[in-house]
Design a protein around this ligand. Structure first.
Ligand SMILES: [Zn+2]
Length: 296
């Protein structure tokens, strides 16, 4: 507990310089300081260069999520899970376990929908996409827990915000939340994997160990950040076990999204208390030509 308190102290102490990113000027009126679901995706996390990591696991829950939860439990790390509604309907017991073990439940839409402009022509459909997940996660969350949303595939339109903010429950969401680490695979000229995205790793038949090198190197290079992973693959837990322990040894602090000072500016007035990573890039075909055993 002392370690956690200390970590939070450090995080809060770092808060003013971290909040110096691109955002509106602070105003005296508390109502104008705060906002609702944003018209633009929230890219700035304030965690890079702060030796702090927010692990986020998207697209669950499914049977493999249990293995990820086992790994996190052993390492005493709390994370944020962006839930897909149709998966939660199939695995309500795993959804409940995520909350019970101290992780933060968050909203990733009912069907992992590509939220393009057709949803603005059908506001009811957009509301349903978030409401389905909200109705499942809200009863499981602790009193005072905050709500976060990540758009599937990172796809978002300006007009979505006004539609969702007209709803008294959904207007309490902070989002859409993006990520700092885990967006794509990149290689150095001499064959080192410099960053990785788990879904692409599995498509390329990379081992969890190779994929972990990309994650670990990107995290160290950025000295922290919001990390995008998925909790639904056979190798998901193995990846967590290959990435996290060394970072704990190196003194990184692990936080849930609701422990991040940077996001407080987006909270709803009066409410006191994110394949996202799987775009089929042409680059993947090039990478597929590499033999996994040749990757350093
Ligand atoms: Zn997703």
């Amino acid at each position: 507990m002392r370690k956690i308190a200390l970590a939070m102290g450090v995080l809060l102490a770092l808060s003013p310089p971290l909040a110096a990113g691109p955002k509106e000027t602070p105003k005296n009126n508390a109502d104008t300081r705060l906002a609702l679901l944003q018209e633009k995706t929230i890219f700035h996390s304030g965690l890079t260069h702060a030796h702090t990591i927010a692990l986020t696991f998207d697209d669950g829950p499914n049977a493999h999520t249990d293995e990820v939860l086992d790994a996190l439990k052993e390492m005493h790390v709390k994370a944020t899970f962006f839930i897909v509604g149709k998966e939660a309907h199939r695995h309500p017991e795993i959804l409940a376990r995520v909350a019970r073990e101290g992780h933060l439940l968050a909203n990733h839409s009912a069907t992992h929908a590509f939220l393009g402009s057709r949803y603005d022509a059908n506001p009811g459909m957009l509301l349903d996409q978030l409401r389905d997940v909200h109705d499942q996660i809200a009863p499981l969350m602790a009193k005072g827990d905050k709500f976060y949303f990540r758009a599937p595939y990172g796809e978002w339109k300006y007009a979505h915000a006004a539609i969702l903010n007209a709803d008294p429950e959904l207007r309490r969401y902070v989002g859409p939340i993006y990520w700092d680490v885990g967006g794509d695979i990149s290689m150095s000229r001499d064959g080192y994997v410099m960053s990785a995205a788990d879904w692409d790793c599995w498509h390329l038949h990379w081992s969890a160990r190779t994929c972990a090198k990309g994650y670990s190197r990107e995290i160290r290079r950025k000295d922290g950040g919001v990390v995008l992973m998925h909790c639904i693959h056979l190798r998901s837990a193995e990846l967590v076990r290959a990435v996290v322990p060394a970072l704990i040894e190196e003194g990184y602090t692990f936080v849930r999204l609701d422990q991040m000072p940077e996001y407080r500016q987006y909270e709803t007035p009066g409410d006191k208390g994110v394949a996202d990573a799987r775009p089929q890039r042409p680059q993947l075909q090039h990478l597929a030509a590499l033999r996994p055993e040749d990757i350093k």
